[in-house]
Design a protein around this ligand. Structure first.
Ligand SMILES: CC(=O)N[C@@H](CCC[C@H](N)C(=O)O)C(=O)O
Length: 384
């Protein structure tokens, strides 16, 4: 295979789109990626399938005069969303969809890799196809399992996320914090069930959950400095079996976001206090679990990011957009806390937001993204 053509890239993206898989279950995706990569010229490539993280895939492109190893990461998992695009190449996996555009991320990475499989880079390049970005912290797992040690060591890391609010193919970035840190929240409320007609004999878990959900929002409005920001979204609530039985238990799942670690810690602390208050007010037991995993704030490295932005601003054919920090989370934040680097946006121009069942990225963003990233990597390799 030569460098992947636009038509081939489109076909790859659509095939990947049809086989979305959830975090740490990306076996079919892994096999698909491997198949495409094995059809590339192998002269400079070394492929690694780490048994410790079976759906991950690492591909080293050996440089001709390597001064460093530059890492490029693409996440490969999907979301439990039922696709509603009506597209002929919609997801074939019921209830699972690439609703965050990781099919675009993988296709762009394959395009860049195919270019360097034919044009040997001077520095080493390490492509990391990462499982479990949406949950389970695949990036943190990979690092902690030692996947980036020895000859797989990475000196600097780059990675993108697609962005429906930017023009197709535009590159967005900023120095400093690009994305928030997040904490996953699980709250189990244990009350006492009973007959709907005799509430005085029960401790209603639904009423306790409702009060908790409303009080939690006051953390944002009353406890944090209004010129800073934070988000608490409780996206899942389950309780009860039937209308005329008072529910004995309820479960709430959600996520906390803040642009600094101290903001996340403040929100976590206040949430624990609100849970204690609910126990007293409603006579229930509240078990709170907080898990940040690898979803640390995404802090772009000052020097590398300045250089990245400088390149993108003057590169032919690249539309560069300076972006504000976003409350999206990313476990690339963990990797960037260990290895310096830059995360950036790739515009995919769509009315539907990320995580929506109708997300339909503009596919012209793929080749424009590949051109911008390939150009940047070539430029970076000319520097000492
Ligand atoms: C880019 C993006 O949408 N990332 C996800 C990351 C999930 C973080 C974690 N599972 C959590 O929910 O706290 C996001 O939802 O921002």
């Amino acid at each position: 295979m030569a460098v992947l053509t636009e038509a081939e890239l489109l076909q790859i993206r659509r095939q990947l789109h049809q086989i979305p898989e959830l975090a740490l279950k990306e076996y079919q995706t892994h096999a698909y990626l491997l198949d495409v990569i094995k059809q590339m010229k192998q002269d400079y490539l070394e492929i690694r399938e780490p048994a410790e993280l079976p759906t991950a895939l690492l591909v080293l492109v050996k440089g001709s005069k390597a001064k460093r190893t530059i890492g490029y990461r693409a996440d490969i998992d999907a979301l439990p969303v039922t696709e509603a695009t009506g597209l002929p190449y919609a997801s074939k996996h019921q209830g699972v969809m690439h609703a965050c555009g990781h099919d675009i991320h993988m296709t762009v990475a394959l395009g860049v890799l195919s270019y360097f499989s034919e044009h040997q880079p001077t520095d080493n390049l390490l492509f990391f196809f990462q499982p479990a970005e949406e949950s389970e912290s695949g990036g943190m797992k990979a690092y902690q399992l030692g996947l980036f040690t020895g000859k797989w060591h990475v000196d600097e890391f780059y990675g993108l996320h697609d962005n429906p609010s930017l023009p197709a193919g535009a590159i967005g970035c900023r120095n400093g914090t690009l994305f928030a840190g997040t904490t996953e929240v699980n709250i189990d409320i244990q009350g006492k069930g009973g007959h709907a007609a005799f509430p005085q004999l029960s401790n209603d878990a639904v009423v306790a959950a409702a009060a908790l959900i409303m009080q939690v929002q006051t953390i944002i409005s009353r406890n944090i400095d209004p010129v800073q920001s934070g988000v608490i979204t409780l996206g899942k609530l389950t309780a009860g079996k039937i209308r005329n039985v008072i529910a004995d238990s309820a479960r709430i799942e959600g996520t906390i976001r803040g642009l600094t670690q101290s903001m996340i810690e403040l929100i976590d602390k206040r949430l624990a206090e609100v849970c204690q208050g609910i126990e007293l007010s409603f006579g229930v037991k509240v078990k709170l679990e907080l898990n940040q995993g690898g979803y640390w704030p995404v802090e772009n490295n000052p020097e590398l990011t300045e250089n990245f932005i400088k390149y993108m601003k003057q590169a032919d054919g690249v539309e560069y957009v300076e972006t504000a920090p976003a409350m999206t989370g990313e476990d690339f934040g963990y990797l960037l806390a260990q290895i310096p680097g830059t995360m950036f946006w790739l515009g995919i121009e769509d009315d539907s937001p990320l995580h929506s069942a109708t997300l339909t990225p503009q596919e012209s963003s793929i080749s424009r993204g590949i051109a911008a990233i390939t150009g940047f990597l070539e430029y970076r390799m000319t520097e000492d």
